[in-house]
Design a protein around this ligand. Structure first.
Ligand code: MYA
Length: 415
């Protein structure tokens, strides 16, 4: 902790801390205990609340992230969140404009740093906690290592605390004190030749390009009867199914139906079905399986997140589908500890995600990414996902919790 000059001053779990009970770290405060004014910045800079209803403002955030956001360890790829994605991620139900915080150069008004929060309810085992989810922390490359990040974090904390919210969830590739859980990225090649050309997938020894293409070949048509794009009026059944499924896990969001509609059907506007089923600019793709009794038995979804390919003569972007919420009723009625439950679920997820891969491939995605969370370990290897170099650490602010490993709730019971 001695190295973490900033983080050692914050209410987060320390690396060597022994946890005896779960709960808040800081003593209880009220919003009146929190300063009304923003933290002072150097005189060259000023705070700005970013108005995301203005497309020019979203474009400014897009431009900042496009050139300065997260890169892989050898700077080959940089996340390229689209303006439409930022609108979706940041203007979630009940969002607060003052949690979208920019830092501008005082004279020129150029945006040079950003941090955001949205309100979420988190369930950590059996406790539901009103929280903020913090994301898109970004500082212009020319202003790095000047201790601006701690100021942005303290300012977002102040604004969140002013609303009487004292906990937050955030994820990062870097290791900070102290992850409550760590997942590994897995990647399933959909367009191996391109992944090879951009330097994402090296040719393994003893293999040829033709063999790799054959290895990752997928049928062109999905196999599950009743698999179709989700419609707005599916929300009741999808909501019940997802809540029942997520209930198995120790850390999960607690949604309302409106929130779930936002996360799964953003691109539909107010329509029941999207105007253009193959709209390439879509952010999120959600599919359900409806059986012959009109019962929705499965949900599978993914979102679009391209990366800029830096300095490659052949390609300038890589289009990744990221696994998003899913649920299956397979095995759900059985206690999780029963082997038949795992077998049923595994068999179902194998076909469900094979179909998801086919859908993503047909939509033109180059790779399908997933983490080692939920029930993913049941199918990742069999569906030819390969372990990546990247890890994603999950952090809780001002809440100590026993580590979450694998994510199943210990009792294995459904509430
Ligand atoms: S994760 C994505 C983060 N963004 C990027 O990786 C984009 C590219 N990089 C950058 O823009 C900069 O390098 C950043 C750091 C901004 C990351 N999370 O200003 P500095 C600590 C938290 O001199 P810079 C995401 O968005 C570092 O350990 N802390 O450094 C979730 C050191 O502290 P310490 C980080 O490189 C964000 C201090 O910053 C991160 O110029 C969640 C150095 O500051 C990181 N990813 O800027 C934020 N990286 O001395 C926390 C470095 O202690 C939210 N640091 O080691 C907490 C909850 C708040 C709300 C609470 C409400 C209740």
């Amino acid at each position: 902790m001695a190295d973490y000059k900033f983080w050692r001053t914050q209410p987060v779990t320390k690396f060597d801390e022994k946890i005896d009970d779960e709960g808040p770290i800081d003593s209880c405060k009220t919003p009146d205990d929190i300063p009304d004014s923003p933290y002072p910045l150097l005189k060259e800079f000023e705070w700005d609340t970013m108005d995301l209803s203005n497309s020019d403002v979203i474009k400014e955030i897009f431009d900042l992230l496009y050139a300065n956001y997260v890169e892989d360890s050898d700077s080959t790829f940089r996340f390229n969140y689209s303006p439409r994605f930022l609108d979706w991620a940041l203007r979630a139900p009940d969002f607060r404009p003052d949690w979208h915080i920019g830092v501008r150069v005082a004279g020129t008004r150029k945006l040079v740093a950003f941090i955001s929060g949205i309100p979420v309810r988190l369930r950590v085992r059996n406790t539901t906690i009103p929280s903020a989810e913090i994301n898109f922390l970004c500082i212009h490359k020319k202003l790095r290592s000047k201790r601006l990040a701690p100021l942005l974090i303290k300012e977002v904390t102040r604004r969140v605390n002013k609303q009487g919210i004292w906990q937050a969830l955030y994820t990062a590739g870097v290791v900070l004190p102290k992850p409550v859980s760590t997942c590994r990225y897995y990647h399933r090649s959909l367009n191996w030749t391109k992944l090879n050309e951009v330097g994402f997938s090296p040719l393994p020894p003893g293999m040829t390009t033709a063999k790799m293409v054959t290895k990752y070949k997928l049928p062109s048509i999905t196999s599950i009867p009743g698999l179709r794009l989700m419609r707005r009026d599916d929300i009741g059944q999808v909501y019940d199914l997802l809540i029942a499924y997520l209930n198995k896990f120790e850390l999960a969001p607690v949604f309302g139906k409106e929130e779930l509609l936002h996360w799964l059907m953003h691109d539909y506007g107010t329509e029941s079905v999207p105007n253009d089923e193959n709209d390439k600019n879509r952010v999120v793709w959600a599919y359900v399986v409806e059986n012959t009794d009109d019962v929705i038995t499965d949900l599978v979804s993914f979102y679009t997140l391209p990366s800029t390919v830096i300095g490659n003569p052949m390609h300038d972007n890589l289009v990744a589908a990221y696994q998003f919420y899913y649920a299956s009723s397979a095995g759900l009625a059985l206690p999780r500890t029963r082997p038949e439950c795992t077998t049923l679920l595994k068999n179902r997820l194998l076909v469900l995600f094979n179909d998801a891969l086919i859908l993503a491939k047909n939509l033109g995605f180059d790779v399908f990414n997933a983490l080692t969370l939920l029930d993913n370990p049941l199918f990742l290897d069999d569906l030819k996902f390969g372990a990546g170099d990247g890890y994603l650490n999950y952090y809780l602010f001002n809440y100590k919790a026993f580590p979450i490993d694998g994510g199943y709730r210990e009792d294995g019971k459904l509430d």
